[in-house]
Design a protein around this ligand. Structure first.
Ligand SMILES: [Zn+2]
Length: 109
C-alpha cells in the first residue's frame, strides 16, 4: 500500500467514526450531528473517498442534518417509480434513491 492508500484508509476510518458520532447525538443534538456529517463530507472530498451508497441515505444533502426516521425526515417507498424518497423535515429537501439501479446495470452488461 502506498502513502495515498494509507491516507484513504485513514480518511475512511474517520468518516465512519464521524457518522457513528452523528448517529449517537442526532436526536438530542441535531446541530452537532449535522456538523459531524459536514466534516465527514469534507474529509471525503479532500481524500476523494466515497461516503458509501448507504450513508447517502443517512443525512440530508442540502443541510447535512443526520436523519432520524420519524423525527426529522420522512421516508417513502414509491413503488411506481421503484425508488425511495427521503424528505428532510429541517429544510424540506427531498432526495430520491432508485433501488433497482444495481439490477438494471447488471442487465445492461
Ligand atoms: Zn435538510
Amino acid at each position: 500500500m502506498g502513502k495515498k492508500d494509507d491516507e484513504k484508509a485513514i480518511a475512511k476510518e474517520r468518516i465512519a467514526i464521524l457518522f457513528e458520532l452523528g448517529k449517537k447525538c442526532a436526536k438530542k443534538e441535531p446541530k452537532l450531528a449535522a456538523r459531524y456529517v459536514l466534516l465527514a463530507k469534507k474529509i471525503g472530498m479532500r481524500y476523494n473517498v466515497s461516503l458509501g451508497r448507504e450513508s447517502k441515505k443517512l443525512f440530508c444533502r442540502n443541510c447535512f442534518a443526520y436523519f432520524v426516521p420519524g423525527a426529522n425526515c420522512r421516508v417513502r417507498t414509491l413503488s411506481d417509480k421503484q425508488s425511495v424518497s427521503i424528505k428532510c423535515l429541517s429544510c424540506n429537501f427531498q432526495a430520491y434513491f432508485p433501488y433497482i439501479k444495481e439490477k438494471m446495470k447488471r442487465k445492461e452488461n
